[in-house]
Design a binder for this molecule. Structure first.
Ligand code: PMP
Length: 964
């Protein structure tokens, strides 16, 4: 419907507002598709919108809209809608005559916010809010009696007529065909369902232009307003949701947006199964109508940029729908709690008289290509030859079967930052090329091509890929007829020759063989397991269930927290990658423990060899403990040559504190505020957020050169806090046993200590008779690149060094290294024993880690890749205001997020949300620092520059488009 515009000026609007509303305003025209609107800014700063509707027949519509807006003002308190302002004489609208023509004029309150369209990323949280707000809008409009009836031009019930009227003006033939195809197919379904679709008053144009958002105090967008009630009228209630889905679909491909909106809407409105089934066609119809009408309008008004600019966008949105049209209906059914595809259960089961390939039977071996696969060792899934060898080893009579529903690790890295398609929707029959393939069912051949065909049976469509067909399109085949031979796979194929057999209960033009895990449940209902049809048993492979998290919560202490609100189930680690149960790979930016890479074969081999031979305690005499302590002592400067072996960082620090206290005969310890040294009673007392206060601990501010002093002599200046602590009671009276700190402040987010700090501090502490403990658990052991230990950067030698984490690459191996004199003194004052510390398996693993660090030059690699990483992050920082600084050295980096670059106020909620978003983009990263406002980046040292590019790109994507 074309509501023609009114030729009035801003001056007229100002005079009108003063005369009729008593408002002194400044008027500015507002862009609108169909009405004449002015923004009125009153002298008080208050804002309003003046709306002029052109025809006399609009008066009834205006009344209806006013009644609706007033109702919503009462019933929809958390989402603001415009409301009509009363004229000086108490009316909500009035008739005016401009240029001899009658118009209806009214002033509405202004709703603050920005259009949803301006957001680059729509988070699931925001979509849930949006779907719920749309649902509440519909229920609120329905509450409190009928508002009146009206049907506007954009009522979806009239869309077929609009399509018919405008279709011929679409010049681009491909677009015209796409629009016609989608509209016609939608109409067929809607015609069938129409008698069952409930009517009601709806907004009718709930689009990303008419939904407004504002930012909360963590800059997360929240839905705050709904505007433009110009299309309010009677229509199908489900059309409200369909229009919203249609509009938001253009924001991102896939079904995440439609299903999230639908689920939230359905919780408020409770759609019937027929209404749910009508949703996908209504979305298609709306998009087709909008694209076709906008195209036609652009032809008529080639100078109206508001319209011409919209043309490309609307066709793009329709194309996006076309890509997901097939799966949209089952996906929306699933989102609303219905069986996505009830027909999927009726697939025939038969014992094949003749197997699809000779020798195939229920006993044919199944190859596991999932992320849990044991035969796929040490990255074999990334190499076609090794993959083929694994499959070959398992064949019986030349045959092996690849499973249906499997989340395949071999596709897990293919998504870039998008979720990769990993879940297999068919069965693979591995057999040598030229093997004859028979049809398992009777039917007609369709879509035969050089790489496969489809057999259409009574209720099923069977796609057989990877074969050279010997039958033509249209041919009728019987069960057992030969339909082709297994093809030689293309050069770029990951898997060896096989027929891919996939069942589908719908006739879909495009049938993906693998789909992203988030869509798998829906797709599996449309493409059920072909196993029973081809004479194999049903597949047993499942995708992970959420209940695992509930089970974890039931018996595991809550204090033993997990990352992420919805954590993926991690089943494998390999080098710098972690793989979830669906096969998706994530780049691991947090596992500093797996310093030489996850599942390093040298470690596996050392551990298994030694486990088979001997594992016992260190009171026995064996060679590996000798070799390992020699190696460790060789890594520290003189006089640090004596080693204690324990199992964890907490134990190492606990022991270091115990040694210092025993040797000095004192208890007082000085530590840095915000530090973390472990969870044992003694280490927790020197750690942040400690659950245990200890009067023997004195904390001093950390030498923070980011938020604190960083100029000339910063080291000495920050060290004053320790000097002061030493001279003030209680330390001054009782003396100090130890000063404990990370010589490179990893826990603070990777902050390098200022030059001279530890020289000054260690000097003062030793002068006072205390020992200096360097906690190298996070940052030491080669990660810093230029330095093996953090204390080297400070040019000091501690009295006690603690090492853990990297030492065992994930296996419990930790060490305390001190001087012979200190160790002797400690030994003289009592017994000490660790049952598993320094056991033969731990020592072999510790040695293997050191070998690999050396052989693979990982410290040098950390230096090179770390420098590149830091530079890349610094460049990123220039582009994004929220990035305050990049801290760190080598491969211990920290990207600090701040709300304001001047005040450096921390942004912990933004940081947490960014970590969640980065997981979606395939990167595991977590917050750290005193304010939880630093993204800690401390990956296995085997990361490459390519990985760095991947991480930086993911960060850039999130920071540019928004992430919450
Ligand atoms: N010190 C530092 C600096 C650490 O980062 C940690 C672990 N986060 C520990 C000590 C404690 O190590 P563990 O968890 O192995 O007990």
């Amino acid at each position: 419907m074309d509501r023609s515009t009114v030729p009035v000026t801003a001056g007229w609007a100002e005079t009108f507002a003063a005369a009729v509303y008593g408002l002194t305003v400044d008027a500015r025209p507002l862009e609108s598709r169909e009405e004449t609107n002015f923004l009125l800014v009153a002298t008080t700063g208050e804002r309003f919108v003046l709306k002029l509707s052109s025809s006399a027949s609009d008066a009834a519509l205006v009344q209806l809209q006013n009644r609706a807006m007033l109702r919503l003002e009462r019933q929809l308190p958390d989402v603001r809608c415009p409301a009509p302002v009363r004229t000086a004489d108490g009316r909500h609208s009035l008739s005016v005559t401009v240029g001899g023509q009658p118009f209806t004029a009214r002033v509405l309150t202004f709703v603050e916010g920005v259009q949803l369209r301006t957001l680059g990323y729509l988070s699931s949280q925001l979509l849930q809010q949006l779907g719920a707000a749309a649902g509440r809008l519909v229920t609120s409009l329905a509450q409190g009696g009928a508002l009146g009836t009206a049907s506007t031009g954009w009522d979806l019930r009239r869309a077929p007529a609009m399509v018919e009227r405008c279709l011929n003006t679409v010049a681009d033939v491909r677009r015209r065909r796409m629009g016609e195809r989608i509209a016609t197919s939608a109409q067929t379904t809607i015609d069938r369902l129409e008698p069952f679709l409930r009517l009601g008053t709806i907004h009718g144009d709930l689009t990303d232009e008419n939904v407004l958002v504002a930012r909360d105090d963590a800059s997360a967008p929240v839905v705050t307003g709904i505007i433009d009630f110009g299309d309010l009228g009677t229509s199908w209630r489900s059309a409200e949701l369909a229009i919203l889905i249609a509009s938001c679909l253009a924001h991102a491909p896939g079904i995440r947006i439609p299903v999230t909106l639908a689920a939230a809407f359905h919780r408020e409105v409770k759609l019937t199964p027929d209404e749910i089934d009508a949703l996908a066609p209504l979305v298609g119809l709306r998009l087709a109508a909008v694209a076709i009408e906008t195209d036609a309008r652009a032809t008529l008004h080639p100078t109206n940029h508001y319209v011409t600019d919209a043309v490309e966008r609307e066709w793009r949105a329709l194309a996006a729908f076309s890509g997901v049209a097939d799966i949209m209906r089952p996906a929306l059914r699933h989102a609303c709690g219905l069986d996505p595809c009830p027909r999927g259960h009726g697939v025939p089961r038969r014992e094949c008289a003749v197997p699809m390939i000779d020798g195939l039977s229920r006993r044919s071996p199944v190859v596991d290509l999932s992320a849990r696969s044991e035969p796929l060792e040490a990255g074999a899934w990334r190499d076609p030859r090794r993959l083929a060898a694994v499959i070959d080893r398992q064949r019986v009579d030349g045959i092996a079967v690849g499973q249906y529903g499997e989340g395949r690790i071999l596709y897990g890295e293919s998504g870039g930052t998008a979720e990769p398609a990993t879940v297999h929707l068919g069965i693979d029959l591995f057999a040598s090329p030229d093997t004859s393939v028979r049809s398992p069912t009777a039917g007609r051949v369709e879509r035969a091509s050089s790489h496969g065909l489809t057999i259409v049976g009574a209720d099923i469509h069977l796609r057989v890929g990877g074969i050279v067909p010997s039958v033509r399109d249209g041919a009728c085949v019987d069960s057992g007829d030969v339909i082709g031979t297994i093809a030689v796979p293309p050069r770029e194929a990951l898997l060896p020759a096989h027929a891919h057999v996939q069942l589908c209960v719908e006739s879909l033009p495009e049938l993906p063989g693998v789909v992203p895990a988030s869509e798998a449940e829906v797709w599996k209902s449309v493409c059920p397991d072909p196993g029973p049809l081809v004479g194999l048993g049903p597949s047993v492979q499942g995708i992970p269930v959420r209940s695992l998290l509930a089970r974890r919560r039931r018996h595991l202490a809550r204090a033993q927290e997990h990352y992420y609100t919805e954590p993926p189930e991690i089943v494998r680690g390999w080098r710098q990658w972690l793989y979830d149960a669906c096969g998706r790979a994530y780049l691991d930016m947090v596992n500093n423990v797996a310093v030489i890479g996850h599942s390093h074969p040298r470690v596996t081999e050392a551990a298994t060899r030694q486990l088979r031979l001997l594992n016992t305690n260190s009171r026995f005499h064996y060679e590996s403990i000798v070799r390992y302590t020699e190696r460790l002592a060789g890594l520290t400067p003189d006089p640090l040559d004596t080693v204690f072996l324990v199992s964890s960082g907490s134990e190492a620090n606990d022991l270091a504190l115990l040694i210092a206290r025993v040797v000095t005969g004192r208890t007082r310890v000085i530590a840095l505020e915000g530090a973390y040294h472990g969870w044992t009673a003694a280490t927790a007392a020197v750690s942040r957020r400690s659950r245990r206060r200890d009067s023997a601990v004195v904390t001093v501010p950390p030498p923070d050169t980011y938020r604190g002093y960083s100029g000339e002599g910063a080291g000495q200046r920050h060290a004053k806090a320790v000097r002061q602590a030493l001279t003030e009671p209680p330390t001054a009276e009782e003396g100090v046993a130890a000063f404990i700190a990370e010589p490179f402040n990893g826990t603070a987010g990777g902050l390098t200590l200022p030059e001279g700090y530890l020289t000054e501090v260690y000097g003062a502490v030793r002068e006072a008779g205390g020992l200096c403990i360097a906690d190298e658990i996070q940052a030491g052991y080669g990660r810093l690149g230029r330095f093996f230990w953090g204390f080297e950067q400070q040019q000091v030698t501690p009295d006690i060094v603690t090492a853990a984490k990297a030492t065992g690459n994930g296996h419990p191996v930790a060490a305390v290294i001190t001087t012979r004199a200190v160790a002797e003194e400690f030994a003289d004052r009592g017994a000490w024993f660790s049952s598993v510390g320094g056991g033969p398996v731990s020592c072999e693993i510790g040695l293997a880690v050191l070998d690999v660090l050396e052989q693979e030059s990982l410290q040098q690699h950390a230096h090179d890749v770390g420098a590149y990483f830091k530079r890349s992050l610094e460049e990123l920082t220039e582009r994004h205001e929220i990035c305050g600084a990049v801290h760190g050295l080598g491969l211990y980096l920290g990207l600090e997020l701040v709300k304001d670059r001047d005040t450096l106020s921390p942004a912990p909620r933004e940081t947490a949300a960014l970590c969640e978003r980065m997981l979606d983009l395939g990167v595991v990263v977590q917050p750290t620092g005193r304010h939880d406002s630093v993204l800690k980046i401390k990956p296995p040292l085997v990361v490459t520059r390519e990985d760095v590019n991947h991480v930086v790109k993911a960060l850039d994507t999130a920071l540019s488009a928004g992430w919450q």
